[in-house]
Design a binder for this molecule. Structure first.
Ligand SMILES: Nc1ncnc2c1ncn2[C@@H]1O[C@H](COP(=O)(O)OP(=O)(O)O)[C@@H](O)[C@H]1O
Ligand SMILES: [Mg+2]
Length: 231
């Protein structure tokens, strides 16, 4: 279980997060929605130790982690797929996977489990990652994060700009991870995509979570989507 309690934080003197409270449970998909600039990416970066947190606590299975340096956070089993794709361009698919495995000293068994989830990557192990399609690059970014065998996986708008077949593959991956007991945190802007995978939905505005709902209580016409997402 990941919990954020009353988080303030931001960039230099600019405060973005304001008393933000959020939770993500194992075996659940918790979606995060909100307008551009609401603070969704900043929230994920705060979890990863990449943004200065000036108040509040971040707890992983009850242990405070907000004081950890950024390079330590993945070693505690939190995987992060940033918005946009940030791969090691000149490296091959196989080399990217190796980089992922090294962080927590995982080996061949993990590698095989991850590649079983992404047969398209297995077929392209020697290919330079910069020559993959957009959807394949996103798969590789997710695969690399899964090489941690994370208990928590943060995905920041993973389907942005992808074609429908790739979006469906990423949704299937999210559902597989949920079934494996991972706490999945998914920032996603499309209502249909959220309603097809979410257990809980947190609505972010002005750097705080204004409302959290069980996905089963939401429909595409729910007022929250108009209020916080503007659809
Ligand atoms: N590196 C940065 N330095 C200063 N301000 C930033 C930086 N990154 C984001 N911001 C600001 O923080 C606010 C929240 O941005 P962000 O978390 O990216 O929103 P979202 O992901 O919800 O679209 C915005 O006002 C944005 O301009
Ligand atoms: Mg963002």
């Amino acid at each position: 279980m990941l919990r954020l309690e009353g988080i303030d934080g931001g960039y230099g003197a600019v405060q973005v997060l304001r008393g933000l409270t959020f939770a993500a449970a194992a075996g659940q998909v918790t979606c995060v929605m909100g307008r551009n600039g609401a603070g969704k990416t900043t929230m994920l970066r705060a979890i990863m130790g990449q943004v200065r947190v000036t108040a509040g606590r971040i707890l992983l299975d009850g242990q405070p982690i907000q004081q950890l340096p950024a390079h330590e956070v993945p070693r505690h089993g939190i995987g992060y797929v940033p918005q946009g794709r940030r791969l090691f361009g000149p490296l091959s698919v196989a080399e990217n996977i190796e980089v992922g495995l090294m962080t927590r000293h995982k080996g061949a068994a993990t590698r095989e489990r991850v590649l079983d989830l992404f047969p398209r990557l297995r077929e392209r192990l020697d290919q330079r990652s910069s020559t993959l399609s957009g959807g394949e690059q996103q798969m590789l970014a997710i695969a690399r994060a899964l090489c941690l065998e994370p208990s928590v996986l943060l995905l920041d708008e993973p389907t942005e700009g992808l074609q429908p077949s790739m979006i469906a593959l990423i949704r299937d991956t999210v559902l597989s991870l949920k079934a494996m007991g991972v706490a999945v945190v998914l920032v996603e802007q499309r209502v249909d995509a959220v309603l097809s995978v979410a257990d809980r939905v947190a609505f972010v505005t002005g750097g705080t979570v204004a409302e959290t709902c069980d996905a089963s209580t939401l429909t595409p016409h729910s007022a929250q989507f108009a209020r916080y997402v503007g659809v």
